[in-house]
Ligand binder design. Sequence first.
Ligand code: ATP
Ligand code: MG
Length: 395
Amino acid sequence: MAEYDTVLIRYGELSTKGKNRKDFITRLFRNVKAMTADIEGLEYTKTYDRIYIKLNGADADVMRERLSKVFGISSFSFTEKIGNDIETICACCLELAKSSGKETFKIISKRHDKSYPMRSDEINRAAASVILKNTDLKVDVHEPQLPIRVEVHRDCAYVTSEKIPGAGGYPAGINGKVLLLLSGGIDSPVAAYELMKRGLQVEAIHYASPPYTSENAKQKVLTLASMVSEYQGQMHVHLINFTDLQLAIYKTAGDPYAVTLMRRMMYRLAEMTAEKYGCLAIATGESIGQVASQTLESIACINSVISIPVLRPLICMDKVEIIDLARKIGTYETSILPFEDCCTIFDPKNPVTKPTIRKSEYYEAAFDYQTLLQQAMDAMETVRVEPQKETEEFL
Ligand code: ATP
Ligand code: MG
């Protein structure tokens, strides 16, 4: 096996040019560094289309795990930095081929230094003929078992065989800040992941109704926040005490409209919080038709109380797809822990599926919800969660 000493990182969705490209690379570079900050000895370099990390003995498996979570990376490879003379390149390719245990190969070279004395196809042929002469491997240009990639630079070359898919998307945080309504359920943590993947920095807001909801339920939400914060570094979670509003709603509106009114209040509080913290949109884990409050009529009625944009990354996804994603990002097992949510605690038996704005306003006129909203805002607590901090007690 060749001695890999460097990770080579390729960028993702770089259709943009100029300043946007520069911002993309600068942000990605910063995120890569932050994600690997605790690993000793790494040396980072960035160029217009690559980031290189010299490993200096760092554990490749840990690096692989960390980098696979950084949005904006299209792929990465462990590679060896060698001299760029053709003899050294051929020897390195041969070593890779010999130790691979594969039967077919193909050399794919790319010159970053166009003044290099050989063209790419000449480098391909030179390295291939050395392998053909010294091993039993055959060339397969269409589906090689071992694609060997050679990058030739002005002062060095990189040889690599494995191209590991990156997380794709945009570097976390590059597209601005959004406030996500985070419950303890399956959907909203997946929504967080999807938003982060589009380069949004996610802050969360959670509504709890103590003593009807327990400390465990709150901790579960913080655990989920900590899990998804791995994709952006850390996360602020704003905790709202929703008890008084909820009790007032139940007293005034009764069963069928309770959920609609509750969600209208959640949206109002989210808009106020987003404004306070400079988030340009709010987001939810809603998916059309999933429950009574997620019919188109309900969404329209609930959405009408605010004017800030609402992002709903899961809106057209099936529950099965959402669960698959929850498993992939590791939140599913925590999400299904049976702690009560403020929505389930009063659990209306007949929630209205086609609420109207007129009726909602009629119920809302019967109590001073503005004061209750302001009181909830004034009592809001904000905590900062870090990746993997609160996770253990729930595993
Ligand atoms: P989830 O699995 O995310 O809890 P759900 O299918 O249970 O979703 P609802 O309870 O109707 O659906 O919630 C829809 C969305 O409203 C959630 O995805 C979340 O964004 C938000 N939400 C619900 N309850 C809360 C809460 N207690 N605090 C913050 N946001 C909430
Ligand atoms: Mg829920």
